[in-house]
Design a protein around this ligand. Structure first.
Ligand code: ARG
Length: 566
């Protein structure tokens, strides 16, 4: 039982008429430790009980069973709880050491299905830093939701359809025969295709007919033209291979790559439904859905040239996912620039009569700036994620060589540290804030970084190797000593952090928890000799093991590896 539950249980015996969940909600954590570990305010009871809060508090405290607490006292309108440190601490450690992998697990999801749409890069373009954000936030949110017992379906909704695809084909048809392009396609196909895409976009300013040409190719694709399909297949396969390299580096694995093209085959249903409900309107040759009453721009469903749009495909996608997975919620990890878009999608589904429209959840995130500059694909100043990861690994390798020149598997560790550093940097702030990315700040062993957390855990592992014991089942854990209390109490708050992270789809809660735990462990280590052959040594080693376990678990929720040595 976690600490807060202990307090809630004690209170609920004195307050039988109140729901325990409601009691738990009211329990606070005093800012100042001298006011106890937990506090229960009584103001909110004054109305129903017709008594002054102070009175309520003194009455209640009489009825509370003090077992398991150092003391329970009245402080004005509050009841303050002081936990029995030795006992609570020993319980926390026991729970962690008994089953480290499941420590912190909660059951908020009851195994309900949750498809999560993330990464979702566009074919024949490189994956940029924006897609890094979606990939990392998405993977971490997925892991956090699994930890609270949802069943996740990871979907890479590839941008493998749309007018930009037609442009790519038009560019390839126009310039693909040029020797330089041919050479490039052999050496680095994606890069070459990107260059073609950039070229047609740049030159279309002077040659509006290029844009027309692109539209025409897309129309061909939609109508099943064989040459267009062949090109499509080729672009898609090449891109997937390229993306896969990055996913492997990041340890991300999808259950489905059904993208826009897949949904493009399923559009009759939503279009028919919109018609049946009388929601489709003609506007300058195009078919639109008016969302004026929600103060949202109209949806363009079918363009004047007869082709469908991104949102029509997303409507089909939403219907398909609901039918396929019967989801409890359906998550989309996409940049904040698409907030209005997802509002439109939700309202369109509402208008169509689907009562599950509010299960559509946009987990949005802010921009990623590279050294202060914005990044965009259309004009070509893209930094590929793979390059960034490789640079980060190189920097990690250099630092490791300085710090620990004898490290055996240095290459493997450099990968774990380099990649982990990039991920941690991405996840440590609330996702909707913009992120500024500067490699030197990211791969540092001090400060609020991934390597700092990994290093704290590696230190714990090194102490444990010296300590020589790994089985703590017979150790008296109450002997750990008062100086460990703050650290242990923080270990006890792990599931609270996970809950908050899950409810807000916010990995930064876990990242901040990991940082704080690493910091608290380093402080403890600075003030307490863990390896000191006195009575408490084994209990202190048990604590060290518990810290190592929880740090590893938190890093794992962020999709970051935890090397034992670095
Ligand atoms: N491919 C899109 C992009 O790169 C993201 C797709 C997000 N998912 C969705 N179902 N709309 O911006």
């Amino acid at each position: 039982m976690d600490e807060k539950q202990k307090v809630a249980t004690a209170l609920s015996k004195a307050l039988p008429e109140m729901d325990i969940a409601e009691i738990t909600d009211k329990i606070e954590r005093p800012k100042d430790a001298k006011n106890g570990d937990y506090a229960f305010p009584t103001f909110f009871l004054a109305k129903t009980l017709h008594k002054a809060p102070q009175m309520i508090a003194s009455d209640l405290v009489e009825k509370i069973d003090q077992a398991g607490f150092d003391k329970v006292v009245v402080a004005g309108p509050y009841i303050n709880f002081f936990l029995d440190k030795a006992e609570v601490g020993s319980d926390v450690l026991k729970e962690i050491l008994n089953d480290p992998e499941h420590y912190g697990d909660l059951d908020l999801g009851h195994q309900a299905n949750v498809p999560i749409d993330y990464s979702s890069p566009n074919i024949a373009k490189p994956m940029g830093m924006g897609h890094l954000r979606s990939t990392m936030i998405g993977e971490s949110v997925a892991r956090i939701l699994e930890k609270v017992n949802y069943n996740l379906i990871r979907i890479d909704y590839l941008g493998d359809w749309g007018t930009q695809f037609g442009k790519m084909m038009a560019a390839y048809k126009m310039w693909g025969d040029e020797p330089e392009v041919q050479k490039g396609l052999k050496e680095d196909p994606i890069d070459t295709l990107v260059k073609l895409y950039v070229r047609i976009n740049t030159e279309a300013d002077e040659h509006p007919e290029y844009t027309e040409e692109g539209r025409a190719w897309f129309a061909k694709l939609e109508h099943g033209d064989e040459e267009a399909w062949k090109l499509w297949h080729w672009f898609r396969e090449m891109s997937l291979q390229r993306f896969q390299r990055v996913y492997d580096m990041l340890n991300v694995h999808f259950d489905s790559f059904n993208g826009e093209a897949f949904s493009a085959q399923k559009m009759e249903e939503p279009i028919q439904l919109l018609k049946d409900k009388g929601l489709l309107k003609e506007s300058r040759g195009a078919q639109i859905v008016d969302l004026d009453k929600y103060k949202l721009p109209p949806l363009l469903i079918i363009k004047s040239n007869g082709t469908t749009t991104y949102i029509t495909r997303d409507l089909a996608t939403a219907l398909f996912r609901k039918r396929m997975y019967g989801f409890a919620k359906s998550i989309y990890v996409v940049g904040a620039d698409q907030e209005t878009y997802f509002r439109q999608l939700r309202m369109a589904l509402k208008e169509m009569g689907f009562n599950w429209w509010d299960q559509i959840t946009h987990v949005s995130f802010g921009l990623m700036n590279l050294n202060g500059k914005k990044m965009s694909t259309r004009k070509g100043n893209v930094v590929s994620l793979e390059d960034v990861l490789n640079d980060s690994i190189d920097l990690a390798r250099k630092q490791i060589a300085e710090k620990n020149p004898d490290l055996k598997n240095a290459d493997e560790v450099a990968k774990q540290v380099g990649v982990g550093a990039v991920i941690f940097h991405d996840l440590k702030n609330y996702r909707r804030n913009a992120v500024n990315f500067k490699l030197e700040d990211v791969v540092k062993f001090e400060g609020e970084t991934g390597p700092y957390v990994q290093y704290a855990r590696a230190r714990a592992e090194s102490i444990l190797r010296k300590g020589g014991i790994r089985d703590f089942s017979d150790v008296d854990l109450t002997k750990v000593g008062d100086s460990a209390w703050e650290l242990i109490s923080f270990l006890g708050q792990y599931s609270e952090a996970i809950k908050r992270a899950a409810l807000n789809y916010d990995p930064s809660v876990v990242a901040k928890y990991a940082l704080e735990l690493a910091k608290k462990f380093n402080q403890y280590y600075a003030h307490t000799r863990i390896l000191d052959k006195n009575e408490g040594q084994q209990a202190r080693l048990a604590l060290t093991q518990a810290v190592s376990n929880v740090l590893k678990s938190a890093l794992n929720l962020l999709d970051i590896q935890a090397p034992d040595e670095m």
